[in-house]
Design a protein around this ligand. Structure first.
Ligand code: NAP
Length: 350
């Protein structure tokens, strides 16, 4: 018999959809992703982008405080061990994701630690294939596979991730290591401008390193950055290497001129923020669901999470190239579950 609803993805959108679908007694099946080396390198391990961050200070309901007793009482012991010691600063990204996952499991969501590698959306029930080689049918699908931040691909970026290297100033900018110290932002689009401006609240100076001599960003965003006295732009420059050591994490960057490749300069910095865009995780859909020009899934009806394929819904960053916040992903995950529940009921599947 076909599954009623399969949720693909395990960030805030996927778990919120799972909590709602489970409470609606739809017995959702959640594919949370596989723990493969390929996924680790791509930044697409189970629990999504939040599992790659440290403190989450802007998810409502989690003010700073000692969460130890609460986590001990709500999360399975083996997961607590993997989460490590808690530092009394409120909830961390991995903890928040484990809490959401546990909440979904408590209500009866079934979770499989595997990737979906292919789907056939040409007829219902849909056929879904997994990395481990199984296939099954499902009446509906909620796509919540998120997006991954693009990095330049330097080994030194990888080495210092979470220790000064980040792709989200809103998530990490207020951390103590960036306060009153210089930081670097790479990129020349709206995200880079926004991240740089945001970081000036905390950092002593923000260097924007951009490979050309003009920004791609909208005029207003670019002007705001250019007029901010704490921001210095390094035009026509690329990052050669993120500098640092095991004890301190990031200590600076080495940049190279694009106009004169022999010209290198070292900038002292405690942070390196990569803002060169994101890539939505949609490869397994093989073009069967309509996307926009940047590859993000399109909602085909205003205020609904419907996609171009009836019975397929989308939530979270895979359908959002604009807000990209944990709370907005959770909100659209809820919407997708409600849309899906009503659609299934209309089909007589309850
Ligand atoms: P984006 O507009 O695609 O800009 C990416 C930037 O990264 C470009 O300046 C690009 O350089 C640079 N870049 C890309 N690959 C690079 C590489 N390998 N090495 C060095 N530099 C590289 O992406 P985004 O800034 O994330 O914005 C995405 C969308 O969200 C845009 O539509 C944007 O308007 C929107 N957004 C809006 C707001 C807002 O209005 N508040 C805030 C954030 C984002 P080149 O310019 O040389 O190509």
């Amino acid at each position: 018999m076909a599954e009623k609803v399969t949720i693909i993805g395990s960030g805030p959108a996927g778990w919120t959809a799972a909590i709602y679908a489970a409470r609606a007694e739809l017995k959702p099946l959640v594919y949370e992703g596989a723990e493969t080396e390929e996924n680790r390198l791509k930044g697409t391990l189970p629990l999504g982008q939040l599992s790659l961050t440290t403190e989450v200070e802007n998810f409502p309901g989690f003010p700073a405080g000692d969460m130890t007793a609460y986590l001990d009482s709500s999360i399975a012991e083996e997961k607590r061990r993997y989460m490590g010691a808690h530092h009394k600063r409120g909830v961390s990204g991995p903890e928040l994701m484990e809490l959401m996952r546990q909440q979904a499991v408590n209500f009866g969501a079934r979770v499989v630690t595997d990737d979906i590698v292919a789907v056939d959306l040409s007829r219902r029930p849909f056929t879904v294939r997994t990395l481990s080689g199984t296939a099954f049918q499902t009446e509906s699908i909620i796509l919540a596979t998120g997006a991954r931040a693009n990095y330049l691909g330097l080994p030194s970026e990888e080495r210092f991730k979470n220790r000064g290297v980040s792709a989200c100033a809103v998530c990490d900018g207020a951390l103590p290591r960036f306060r009153n110290r210089p930081v670097v932002v790479v990129g020349g689009g709206d995200s880079a401008m926004e991240e740089a401006n945001f970081l000036t609240k905390f950092a002593s100076v923000v260097y924007i390193v951009h490979r050309r001599d003009s920004f791609r960003a909208s005029r207003i965003m670019a002007d705001r950055a250019l007029n901010n006295h704490k921001i210095q732009v390094k035009w026509n420059s690329t990052i050669d290497e993120v500098l640092g050591d095991d004890k301190s994490g990031v200590t600076g960057v080495r940049i190279r001129s694009t106009t004169n490749p022999d010209e290198v300069e070292e900038l002292e910095a405690t942070g390196y923020f990569c803002a060169i865009g994101h890539t939505p995780n949609t490869e397994f859909l093989a073009g069967q669901v309509k996307t926009n020009e940047k590859g993000y899934i399109v909602w085909t009806t205003g205020q609904r999470t419907y996609t171009s394929v009836e019975g397929v819904f989308a939530a979270g960053d895979v359908a959002d190239d604009y807000f990209r916040q944990a709370i907005t992903a959770a909100g659209t995950g809820c919407m997708a579950a409600l849309d899906c529940e009503r659609w299934l009921a209309a089909q007589g599947i309850e």
